[in-house]
Design a protein around this ligand. Structure first.
Ligand code: HMG
Length: 348
């Protein structure tokens, strides 16, 4: 991929090819993208984003090829006001066959509220087939995020997980601050491995490794992955990278090279971390999809459609588009449209 940078003409034609088709060659297999923008991307927005906009974001992402969209969080609205309409989202989401819509659940109260709407799996309306539970690699971050230590959060989450599994839901786990903590600094990868193991032992089908504040490097993510894979095969782990220091995409690609086949990302690089000053959003889905397609992986996404969603949602919430890949694709599309109009006028 880096070779492209030195060859603008080839880069331009690759961009055009990427923008025109989701069906890039997939010689190296499929990477699942968990689109987290409706939840992780929007949760820190100070201005309330209308429920209809969130639903439209989910709808557009699925239309662009997403098969897993993290659609909201049944957390305390006192802690995260932006997620207060998650029950309405779950009720109103136009669910598509073959697409998962996980919701974050921090405790029994959140699960009870979700099950009140969703019911056991298979009982419509408003069903989801998946929840995501979350803890951290450090006590300081766990306290800031969930008001309890890591050990306490695991104790709290075990019965939540069991109850969700009994209701037929799949449970995904998150470990935050795997690459560094804004309060405690360095994080021991072996400790991340132990927390990830606890989530897997509980019944999580997968654990997403969150570089929450975007400080990890590829070497750091690989050290974490090495420790985690002492406990379970690499397919049980996902990469969740933020891009504060510009290493997000390199971290994702290093993890994929090491065998990770699920990557979390947010369109337009939406997001941020309320507990880490200056932390930027999630790695943008557009650059992840571009880099994966160009590296021979499939993702199922239509990159041009994704770029349009990034432009649209950025305008809706009044933020600059945080995806440089998305901005480039949109600029090229706009130029192609202008050229086509010029040509039409010239022919008349
Ligand atoms: C865990 C708690 C609830 C503990 O919060 P607490 O204050 O210790 O709990 P509490 O039991 O004392 O409850 C406080 C109030 O919240 C209510 N409450 C309690 N639970 C719920 C619930 N589920 N749904 C709705 N309301 C709830 C509860 O009823 C009570 O209301 P009051 O009685 O005062 O009116 C709180 O700390 C919380 O909600 N934290 C969530 C914070 C959060 O959502 N953070 C962002 C998601 S994690 C993340 O972004 C990282 C990730 C996943 O993306 C990966 C990465 O990047 O690393």
């Amino acid at each position: 991929m880096l070779g492209l940078l030195a060859r603008p003409a080839r880069a331009a034609s690759l961009l055009q090819r990427c923008a025109s088709s989701a069906a890039a060659p997939a010689a190296r297999g499929h990477v699942k993208i968990v689109e987290v923008s409706p939840r992780d991307g929007l949760q820190n927005e100070a201005r309330v984003v209308p429920t209809a906009t969130k639903l439209e974001l989910v709808r557009r992402l699925v239309a662009a090829g997403a098969t897993c969209v993290e659609a909201g969080a049944f957390v305390s609205p006192k802690w995260v006001p932006q997620m207060a309409d998650s029950p309405q989202i779950l009720q109103q989401i136009a669910q598509q066959r073959g697409v998962s819509y996980p919701f974050l659940v921090p405790n029994d109260k959140g699960l009870a509220a979700l099950l009140d709407i969703a019911g056991p799996r298979g009982s419509a309306p408003g069903q989801t087939d998946e929840i995501a539970i979350f803890t951290a690699a450090t006590d300081a971050f766990a306290r800031a995020n969930t008001n309890c230590s890591v050990a306490e959060s695991l104790e709290r989450l075990a019965p939540v997980t069991q109850r969700a599994l009994d209701a037929g839901l799949r449970v995904r786990g998150y470990v935050s601050v795997v690459g560094g903590c804004p309060y405690q600094g360095d994080v021991d990868p072996a400790h991340v491995g132990a927390v990830a193991k606890a989530l897997l032992d509980m019944g999580c089908y997968e654990v997403s490794l969150g570089d929450t504040v975007g400080v990890a490097t590829p070497a750091a993510m690989l050290a974490v992955l090495n420790e985690c894979t002492r406990h379970a095969p690499v397919e049980r782990f996902a990469a969740h990278c933020h891009d504060t220091f510009g290493t997000g995409l390199a971290n994702v690609l290093a993890c994929v090279d090491a065998g990770v086949r699920t990557v979390d990302a947010a369109v337009a690089g939406l997001g941020g971390c309320p507990y880490s000053p200056g932390a930027t959003g999630n790695i943008d889905t557009e650059s992840v999809v571009y880099a994966l397609h160009e590296s021979g992986y499939s993702t199922g996404f239509d990159l041009a459609a994704l770029a349009r969603i990034g432009g649209w949602i950025s305008e809706e919430i009044g933020r600059p588009n945080g995806s440089s890949a998305g901005r480039a694709l949109l600029a090229r599309e706009a130029k192609a449209q202008r050229d086509a109009q010029k040509e039409t006028r010239a022919r008349l």
